[in-house]
Design a protein around this ligand. Structure first.
Ligand code: CP
Length: 315
């Protein structure tokens, strides 16, 4: 599944963030996802790569796309999967994360896929667990598999990442998707513009080597990729802009604004979308929107990550 000059597997035992991956490892994951996508197109969508391995999905925050696509990916690789329903677990009785995970580990899983509201929760788990840890989103830190599936989707449309102008707009401050995407896109050589209100601009974002702006027109002009981010009201404890209506009028992605991008630009959004807030329905549902394709590609990319972390054997 690998081509020459690429590593045959990942160096690390865990996938905690894009920050830990080399450009070669990112390309290896994307190339492996190509092979996994082919598995998903078969009548029998299953390979024995993770037969006999147990994967626990531990989601402490809501999820539609990430949780279901990890579960589908695990099943397609023939793993035994378990979803811990946190809301009906002993977490609600006050059991700590460490105790919860030590008890799960007593049942000998091989991998734990975790989403948690606290930044660094997956790194903490990797220090106290024997299992391999996959970060499915930790607080405002990273969401590495989202960035990988975004890169896979971009590459499948544009044939490359290097040299593309990628505009990322929306709630930059609270977005783990942003952080993972900035790291990945810069490692692979994209030119990245980020745009949002000054109150939602992370301090020091220039250190990622990106172009920050509050002008939607400047961000979108001649962009090859326009990626919208959700306004994360659940993480806002104060007013970051006067009203949702005003936010949409200044920063919402409309067909008129998309017209500034290159004629073959693609529209992306990690979901869930706030239609009429960060994105107009006419843009979300346009022919150049690849939003549902991102979701489809998530299965292949997560299969690739699980397969490579397991050692890349028996596919
Ligand atoms: N993109 C994403 O993480 O979506 P979910 O919250 O539904 O998993």
């Amino acid at each position: 599944m690998s081509t020459t000059n690429e590593p045959a597997t990942l160096r690390g035992k865990h996938l905690l963030g894009i920050a830990d991956l080399t450009p070669e490892e990112i390309v290896l994951i994307l190339d492996t996802a190509d092979a996994m996508k082919e598995v998903g197109s078969r009548a029998i969508k299953k390979v024995p790569a993770l037969r006999g391995r147990t994967v626990v999905n531990l989601f402490f925050e809501p999820s539609t796309r990430t949780r279901t696509s990890f579960e589908i990916a695990e099943k397609r690789l023939s793993a035994d999967t378990l979803n811990l329903a946190v809301a009906s677990s002993s977490v609600v009785k006050g059991e700590s994360l460490a105790d919860t995970v030590h008890n799960i580990e007593a049942m000998s899983p091989d991998m734990i896929v975790m989403r948690h509201a606290s930044s660094g929760a997956c790194e903490f788990l990797s220090r106290i667990c024997k299992s391999r840890i996959v970060n499915a989103g930790d607080g405002m830190h990273e969401h590495p598999t989202q960035a990988l599936l975004d890169a896979y989707t971009i590459r499948s449309h544009k044939g490359r990442i290097a040299g593309l102008k990628v505009a990322i707009l929306g709630d930059l401050l609270h977005s783990r998707v942003l952080r993972s995407n900035l790291l990945l896109l810069r490692k692979l050589g994209a030119e990245v513009w980020v745009c949002g209100p000054p109150t939602l601009m992370p301090p020091g974002i220039e250190r990622y080597g990106v172009h920050p702006t509050t002008s939607v027109d400047d961000a979108v002009r001649d962009a090859d990729v326009v990626m919208m981010l959700r306004i994360q009201l659940e993480r806002m404890q104060g007013l970051f802009f006067p009203s949702l209506r005003e936010y949409f009028s200044v920063f919402g992605m409309t067909p008129e604004r998309v017209a500034l991008a290159t004629p073959d630009a693609i529209i992306m959004h990690p979901g869930p979308m706030n239609r009429g807030v960060e994105i107009d329905s006419a843009v979300a549902d346009a022919p150049n929107s690849v939003i549902l394709e991102q979701v489809s590609n998530g299965v292949a990319v997560r299969m690739a990550v699980l397969y490579l972390l397991a050692g890349g054997s028996e596919a």
